[in-house]
Design a protein around this ligand. Structure first.
Ligand code: CA2
Length: 150
């Protein structure tokens, strides 16, 4: 049987992971995060499509494409989570589960990071666990899909 496809979408500046601000974001690169996700997905019998973009429009188009192709979406919207009503609208148009991930604990940071529009369209959010948060999100997604199929 084909494995359910989970889109793991990453927003602006996450391509810089591991190269700048290691005190905040650690030394793990986005390639490392992708490898960690691939390993977690394999163990959970899921397939992943892992992507990053700096463009708000491109991120929204990818979310829209998920309507036809993904069983679930895991999203680190990065800065767009705090600013983009348009991204939230695209997420609200999905029927599949959405899990938001942030590497850092956004609630311990500047007040303007405490709210994300995108989380209003998400089943849940995981923040503050670094790259491990993506693996936790995949576990939660597998559980949601099991519940849906039950
Ligand atoms: O904690 C997260 O995952 C964030 O989504 C990261 C975003 C930030 O705007 C959110 O508030 C929380 C920033 C992504 C930029 O990542 C960088 C990594 C290394 C160096 C510079 C930026």
């Amino acid at each position: 049987m084909t494995r359910p496809l989970i889109a793991v979408l990453n927003g602006p500046n996450l391509n810089l992971l591991g190269t700048r601000e290691p005190e905040l974001y650690g030394v793990t690169t986005l390639d490392d995060v992708e490898a960690l996700c691939a390993e977690a997905a394999e163990a959970l019998d899921l397939a992943i499509d892992f992507r990053q973009t700096n463009g708000e429009g491109e991120l929204i188009s990818w979310v829209q494409e998920c309507r036809d192709r993904a069983a679930g979406v895991i999203l680190n919207p990065a800065g767009y989570g705090h600013s983009s009503v348009a991204l939230m609208d695209a997420l609200l148009a999905l029927e599949c589960p959405v899990i938001e991930v942030h590497l850092t604990n956004i609630h311990k940071r500047e007040p303007y990071r405490h709210h994300t529009y995108s989380s209003e369209a998400a089943n849940g959010m995981i923040c503050g666990f670094g790259a491990r948060g993506y693996a936790l999100a995949l576990e939660a997604m597998a559980e949601l899909l099991r519940e849906d199929g039950a």
